[in-house]
Design a protein around this ligand. Structure first.
Ligand code: SF4
Length: 387
């Protein structure tokens, strides 16, 4: 596994063209180290490699070997979510950064650009390279609307949970999986030695805790795999399962687990109620959505299926999203805990949470009531607002 050194970090922030020519200048032999240097210089923050045999035993529809049976290695690239992306949500004053420069910006801009440059370097060496960003818009599993697939946090595991929607696609021949094969990037990250899957189901790394997203490249190049992660980041007895407690939608189960066997290890994480999670994430929780002003808004922000509600009032900037709720349990609370425990390498001069978190109070007014208040003279209006 490779981490970004200061020199590499500076290189990664320079123009990609500079990074590419630097990579090409060093191009003598093709090795795991060279591949990782390429990935870091193209823009990844962390990178690990797994051999494909570590996926042995996982369900057919989740097995990346079905995408490229001759593949020998998978390179998993981690992209940090800035701690600063959470600041405006923590203060309750700025909600755009998390989506545009974080959750969705990573998926739709930073990962594709990095993968584009990185896979070209691999193919220049004569090895095929399939770029896989954290977007799975088409899938036949879990009976989810294809519009809803694409998050790394779904408990997609047909052996214990998922269902196949036979209306969506059919295998091209007997024994083949339904297209499109979907695999969980957090499982790939585990196989590549980048960290562990926490109780909440969020992947945790020693660099950033829960603050990253992943992309992968499948290739026929034989590369030295990284050892599996042997550290322990998630200690639920120490944090008292703060991810479960701080999740406003109570979407993370306290007891029910999803299990999967991969790389010879049994992995498990809490079952997630994806619908509850999505409603809250997109602003359905009135205690955590300052844009929910009226009772009409409440209806709009919680409308089902949530693919409708997530377009209410604040349409997605990219395809998927807006994070009004800010992942308070699985990301913010977990990050705060791991930082306090001094378990993370990306350290900051100040602690993240400086005061008690905000929470919206009071009853929502109807639109008509609100309009009547807005028409009042300012002095009178202030008094009503204060009530
Ligand atoms: S909040 Fe605690 S229990 Fe939940 S994933 Fe993080 S470390 Fe694990």
């Amino acid at each position: 596994m490779s981490r970004l050194s200061r020199r590499q970090f500076l290189a990664s922030t320079m123009l990609t063209a500079t990074a590419l020519s630097s990579c090409q200048a060093n191009n003598k032999t093709f090795s795991a180290k060279k591949v990782k240097d390429y990935a870091l210089m193209c823009g990844a923050d962390i990178v690990g490699i797994t051999s494909m045999d570590r996926f042995e035993g996982i369900p057919k529809l989740l097995d990346p070997r079905n995408i490229f049976p001759e593949a020998k290695s998978m390179i998993v690239l981690g992209f940090r979510l800035l701690r600063g992306n959470f600041r405006g949500i923590e203060e309750g004053t700025f909600f755009s950064a998390y989506n545009i420069m974080g959750h969705e910006g990573v998926r739709w801009v930073f990962q594709p650009v990095t993968l584009w440059n990185f896979t070209k370097l691999i193919e220049n060496e004569g090895y095929e390279a399939i770029p896989i960003p954290d977007n799975f818009p088409w899938s036949n599993i879990d009976n989810l609307n294809p519009d809803e697939i694409g998050t790394d946090f779904i408990n997609v595991n047909p052996s214990t949970f998922g269902k196949i929607d036979g209306n969506f696609s059919r295998p091209v021949s007997e024994g083949k999986p339904y297209p499109d094969v979907f695999f969980q990037l957090k499982v790939a990250a585990f196989c590549a030695g980048l960290g562990e899957i926490g109780y909440s189901g969020t992947f945790l790394t020693p660099e950033f805790g829960p603050r990253q997203m992943f992309a992968a490249v499948i290739t026929d190049a034989v590369l030295e795999p990284d050892p599996l992660f042997t550290g322990k980041l998630c200690e639920k007895d120490k944090c008292k399962m703060i991810c479960v407690k701080d999740c406003p939608s109570h979407a993370i189960s306290e007891k029910e687990m999803v299990k999967i066997k991969v790389a010879g290890k049994e992995l498990e994480w809490a079952r997630l109620d994806f619908n509850k999670c999505s409603v809250s994430f997109h602003g359905g929780d009135k205690e955590y959505n300052p844009f929910m002003v009226t009772t009409e808004d409440e209806k709009g922000f919680t409308e089902q299926p949530y693919t409708k509600s997530r377009r209410y009032k604040m349409p997605p900037v990219y395809w998927y999203g807006r994070a009004i709720e800010g992942m308070r349990g699985c990301q913010m609370a977990c990050m705060i805990h791991l930082e306090e425990q001094k378990k993370l390498k990306n350290v900051f001069k100040t602690q993240f949470r400086q005061k008690a978190p905000w929470r919206m109070k009071g009853k929502l007014k109807s639109k008509a009531e609100l309009e009547a208040i807005i028409k009042q003279p300012e002095e009178k209006r202030k008094k009503i607002d204060e009530q």
